[in-house]
Structure formats: C-alpha cells, structure tokens
Design a protein. Structure first.
Length: 96
C-alpha cells in the first residue's frame, strides 16, 4: 500500500471500512496508523453526537453513529481509551 493511500485511510477511515473492527484486523496499516484512524473515527462520531444533540437531524443516507464500536476497536488494539487528551483547553461537548 502506498503512503498516500495510508494517509487517505487514516484521514477518513469510514470511507474505506464499513466497521471499526475492520481497522483492527487490516494488515495494510501499522499499529500507529490504526490508532490514528480510530482516533479520527472517534472524533467524527463524537461530532455527530453533538450535532444530533443540537437538533441537526442526520439525513437518511447518513451512516449510523459507531462511537461504541470505535471504543471497542480501540480497546482491542490495546489503546487506553480513558487517557486524557491535551489538557491545555477547557471542557467541550465532544469530550475530547
């Protein structure tokens, strides 16, 4: 796999994979790339939750939110999903 293709997958994993667990099992990405892809997928899922909470209805063709599945995939990779992100900012709705 080319470096460009790997970067595309990491930037938008839901375009390449139907389910977060597929990120865990793909041989095409390194462990670091898998972690980055799942982190991106988590951010997308959290932003979707915020939009839903604020009354922005999803379109019929929108993918279902997979935050729980992303967290399970991160756990399967051994990623500490409870670790704190950068503490330089205040709390926000995404929980990140």
């Amino acid at each position: 796999m080319t470096d460009t293709k790997s970067k595309e997958i990491v930037a938008n994993p839901s375009k390449e994979f139907a389910h977060p667990s597929e990120v865990v099992t793909t041989p095409d990405l390194s462990a670091k790339e898998k972690a980055a892809a799942l982190e991106e997928w988590e951010l997308d899922a959290r932003l979707m939750q915020v939009a839903t909470e604020e009354g922005m209805a999803a379109t019929e063709d929108a993918a279902p939110n997979k935050l729980v599945d992303v967290k399970k995939a991160q756990t399967a990779l051994g990623i500490d999903t409870l670790k704190k992100k950068d503490d330089s900012g205040g709390p926000n709705k995404t929980g990140m």
